[in-house]
Ligand binder design. Structure first.
Ligand SMILES: Nc1ncnc2c1ncn2[C@@H]1O[C@H](COP(=O)(O)O)[C@@H](OP(=O)(O)O)[C@H]1O
Ligand SMILES: [Mg+2]
Ligand SMILES: [Mg+2]
Ligand SMILES: [Mg+2]
Length: 395
């Protein structure tokens, strides 16, 4: 009902919207005026949403960086689904949620996010919650632009649980993966803070904070050391293109474009570092059919989408093992960064990903990203290899 009411208010206030200059819109938006937002249309600008998302992702990135620097073993728990979750996953979700929700009138904020507070509300979770609250407050206190009272443990739990929306095809919903690539994070490798925005079921904006991704190309793998700054922030919004800037703000945003390579033998591909997340024998077959010569670039998280958006790799192949269901937060921000950089993200049927169905993505076997020119030939190689796959290894 609430979503329906908000949806209607977008229509009611469309005239107000068009009367306001874009400069004023940004100023007003940051002063918590949201109810007059229009429904998605060609004329809709999501610039101010990107500004808010960027601020939230930068804040969360600082917490993640600080935890990764001093990562202690006891700061990693195992969730029931056997994926690791750290105090940084929770802390990042609490910070992004807190940072965004304070810009909305009470009750009008909706977010679909990976984590929830259930384990933190148990006796065993009490010290973990204590630590998360401390990290969240340290991060807020270190930001000179934020002059607010410290959050209580209850505030932190509430902020985490604001991510419990079911999303769907109506209204606006933020989509958050507070740490994508937790395994990479724990290993000291790549991870991303991935924040997208859905408007009536379509991803309209996205920000990817990649604290360990070098600003220089990783086409030949991630260099062990580099003089270039490390830490990228990719952002995109519908019709406005995609950009990369440094996470610390020292390098200003510049437009990014996917690779224009048209010859698959000159193409490179990327995939998950974790072989449990994608069938690497299948992706090797697909690469073989395409005549790809270079070995795959294997990195964790949606940092792959960011790297691809600036041309570091030409094709992204992801084929989870049988029974795995993809979640929207693992792809929403990355998908818009790629599409706004001129690429395409699709499943094995060639269909774009459908983010309108709730917390899960229902798709036809696998996720593929590449440039528009290569889509048909990559798709045909994918379909050929899937057909030839032994029935036992099939999805
Ligand atoms: N068996 C599996 N198959 C495919 N993806 C999986 C998986 N188990 C976990 N994942 C997802 O893969 C994500 C990491 O992506 P990548 O493989 O590109 O590094 C994880 O995100 P989290 O780390 O946020 O849990 C998780 O959602
Ligand atoms: Mg996880
Ligand atoms: Mg994830
Ligand atoms: Mg995650």
């Amino acid at each position: 009902m609430l979503k329906q009411a908000l949806h209607q208010s977008h229509y009611l206030h469309q005239q107000d919207w068009s009367a306001i200059t874009s400069r004023a819109r940004i100023g007003i938006a940051s002063r918590k005026v949201w109810s007059w937002r229009p429904v998605v249309s060609m004329a809709t600008s999501y610039h101010e949403d990107v500004v808010l998302a960027t601020r939230a992702v930068r804040l969360a990135s600082r917490l993640c960086q600080s935890v990764q620097r001093g990562l202690l073993k006891q700061e990693t728990q195992t969730k029931a689904d056997k994926s690791p979750v750290t105090v940084a996953d929770y802390g990042s979700q609490a910070l992004v949620s807190w940072s965004l929700a304070r810009e909305y009138p009470s009750g009008s904020f909706s977010m679909v996010a990976e984590e929830d507070s259930e384990d933190l509300r148990t006796e065993e979770g009490a010290p973990v919650l204590e630590r998360i609250t401390q990290l969240v407050n340290e991060t807020i206190a270190s930001d000179a632009t934020l002059d607010v009272a410290p959050l209580s443990k209850e505030d932190v739990l509430e902020a985490i649980d604001r991510g419990n929306s079911e999303g769907g095809s109506n209204g606006r919903h933020w989509v958050l993966d507070p740490i994508d690539g937790t395994r990479g994070f724990v290993r000291g490798d790549q991870y991303a803070i991935a924040l997208g925005l859905l408007d009536n079921g379509k991803v309209v904006a996205g920000v990817l904070g990649c604290p360990n991704l070098p600003m220089e190309s990783i086409a030949n793998g991630v260099p062990a050391s580099s003089n270039e700054p490390v830490g990228c922030l990719f952002s995109a919004s519908l019709g406005a293109g995609a950009t990369v800037e440094s996470l610390d703000g020292s390098v200003k945003p510049k437009p990014v474009h996917v690779s224009s390579v048209e010859d698959t033998t000159a193409a490179t591909f990327c995939e998950s570092y974790e072989s449990a997340h994608s069938m690497q024998d299948l992706t090797a077959n697909i690469a073989g059919v395409l005549g790809v010569k270079a070995p795959p670039v294997r990195i964790d998280s949606q940092a792959k989408y960011g790297a691809m958006a600036r041309g570091d790799a030409v094709i992204y192949l992801r084929f989870p093992h049988k029974g795995y269901r993809e979640k929207i937060w693992d792809h929403a921000a990355g998908a818009i960064v790629i599409t706004e950089a001129g690429g395409e993200v699709f499943d094995a049927a060639g269909e774009p990903l459908d983010f309108s169905r709730g917390r899960w993505l229902d798709l036809e076997t696998g996720i593929i990203a590449t440039n528009k020119k290569l889509k048909p030939v990559v798709l045909s190689a994918v379909q050929k290899c899937l057909k030839e796959q032994k029935p036992s290894a099939k999805h």
